[in-house]
Design a protein around this ligand. Structure first.
Ligand code: CO
Ligand code: CO
Length: 320
C-alpha cells in the first residue's frame, strides 16, 4: 500500500522512508540528531485489560528500538465501543502508562474514537544519531542473525481466545509480550549491528524477507535453531493458529526455498504472526559473541538463528 505514496526526493531530510519496509521513518533534524516516528495499534491479545495495555505500549515502542532509536514521547490511539465497560478502558490505560513510565516515555495526549472492536496503540517519537540508525537495508554477506525472543505468540494468543491455554502458558505469553526490546536494542547499537527489525505481524520469515530484499541478500534460517514458546508446536499440531499465519505463508512462500527436512508444522511456526516480538539482528560474525555477552548481562535470551549470504535464486532459504 505504501508504494502509492510519493518517494522522498534525493538529498531530502528523510533518512528512512517507506521503501525499505523499515519499522519506523527517520527524519534528520541536524547532522547529529534525527527523529524516529512510528504508529502501531493492535486488537486485544490477552483478556486482562491492564496486561493488554502493557503489551500495546511495548509493541508500539518496539519499532523505535528496532531502528536503534530512543523513544521519548507518545500519543495514544484508542478505539472503544460506545457502551463498553469503562473499567476495561481504565485498565488498558493504566497498563500502558506503567510501560511508558518504565521506558521513560512521556504521554503527550491522544485520540479516542468509538468502534465496535477494541483497538489500542500509540504513535511514538524517538531520537537517534543519524549515523547510528539501524535499518533493514544494510545486512552484509557473512552476517549472522540473532533473535531475541522466542516465536509463537500468535498461536498461543489464538489458543487463549479458544480457551485452550493453561495458566502457565498464558503467563509465559503475557510476560514475553510485555517485555520491552529496549535492552536488546541498546546491546545491538553498542555492538554496531548491520541491520535489524522487530518480528511482528509478518512472522519471523516475513520480517527476514524484508531484510533480505532491502539489503539485496539471501537469508538462510536454521529452523532447528529458532526458539519458540514451548506450547506452540503442540497447538500447531492440533490446527490452532490464526488466519494471519496462512496469509504470511502465502506472502513468503514464493520467495522461499524449503529444505525437504523442514516439516509442515515447523514451517507454520516460522510464519506465525507475532505481537511485540523480539528483534531480528544481523551482525558481523566477529561481533556475535560480544553481542551475546551483552544480551546475557541484560537478561535477554537470544539465539543465533541463521545467516546472510550473497543473493541466490530465492531471497529466503529455510534449512533443517
Ligand atoms: Co516493526
Ligand atoms: Co509496526
Amino acid at each position: 500500500m505504501l508504494r502509492i505514496l510519493p518517494r522522498p526526493a534525493r538529498g531530502s531530510k528523510v533518512l528512512v522512508g517507506p521503501d525499505t519496509w523499515d519499522d519506523a521513518g527517520v527524519y534528520r533534524l541536524s547532522p547529529r540528531q534525527a527523529l524516529v516516528q512510528t504508529v502501531d495499534i493492535i486488537t486485544p491479545v490477552v483478556n486482562d485489560p491492564y496486561a493488554f495495555g502493557r503489551v500495546a505500549a511495548a509493541n508500539a515502542l518496539s519499532d523505535v528500538y528496532a531502528m536503534g532509536g530512543s523513544p521519548f514521547a507518545a500519543l495514544s490511539i484508542v478505539c472503544f465501543p460506545e457502551r463498553g465497560d469503562m473499567a476495561i478502558l481504565r485498565g488498558m490505560l493504566r497498563g500502558a502508562s506503567e510501560t511508558l513510565r518504565r521506558a521513560k516515555v512521556a504521554l503527550l495526549g491522544g485520540h479516542t474514537i468509538r468502534d465496535a472492536e477494541i483497538k489500542f496503540g500509540f504513535a511514538v517519537t524517538g531520537a537517534v544519531a543519524p549515523r547510528r540508525v539501524v535499518t533493514n537495508a544494510k545486512a552484509r554477506t557473512g552476517d549472522l542473525l540473532l533473535l531475541t525472543k522466542p516465536i509463537g505468540t500468535g498461536i498461543l494468543a489464538t489458543a487463549l481466545k479458544r480457551r485452550l491455554l493453561g495458566d502457565r502458558d498464558r503467563r509465559a505469553l503475557t510476560t514475553q509480550m510485555m517485555t520491552l526490546n529496549r535492552d536488546a536494542a541498546a546491546a545491538m547499537v553498542a555492538e554496531r549491528a548491520s541491520a535489524a527489525t522487530d518480528v511482528t505481524g509478518f512472522g519471523l520469515l516475513g520480517h527476514a524477507l524484508n531484510i533480505a530484499r532491502a539489503s539485496r541478500k539471501t537469508i538462510r534460517i536454521w529452523s532447528q535453531a529458532v526458539p519458540y514458546l514451548s506450547a506452540a508446536p503442540d497447538f500447531v499440531a492440533r490446527g490452532v493458529w490464526a488466519k494471519g499465519l496462512d496469509s504470511n505463508m502465502a506472502f513468503v512462500d514464493p520467495a522461499t526455498s524449503w529444505d525437504e527436512g523442514v516439516e509442515a508444522s515447523s514451517r507454520r511456526l516460522l510464519v506465525d504472526p507475532q505481537t511485540s516480538g523480539g528483534l531480528l539482528i544481523a551482525i558481523a560474525p566477529s561481533r556475535v559473541n560480544a553481542l551475546l555477552r551483552r544480551l546475557t548481562r541484560a537478561k535477554v535470551r537470544a539465539a543465533v538463528v541463521g545467516e546472510v549470504t550473497a543473493r541466490r535464486a530465492r531471497a529466503l532459504e529455510v534449512v533443517a
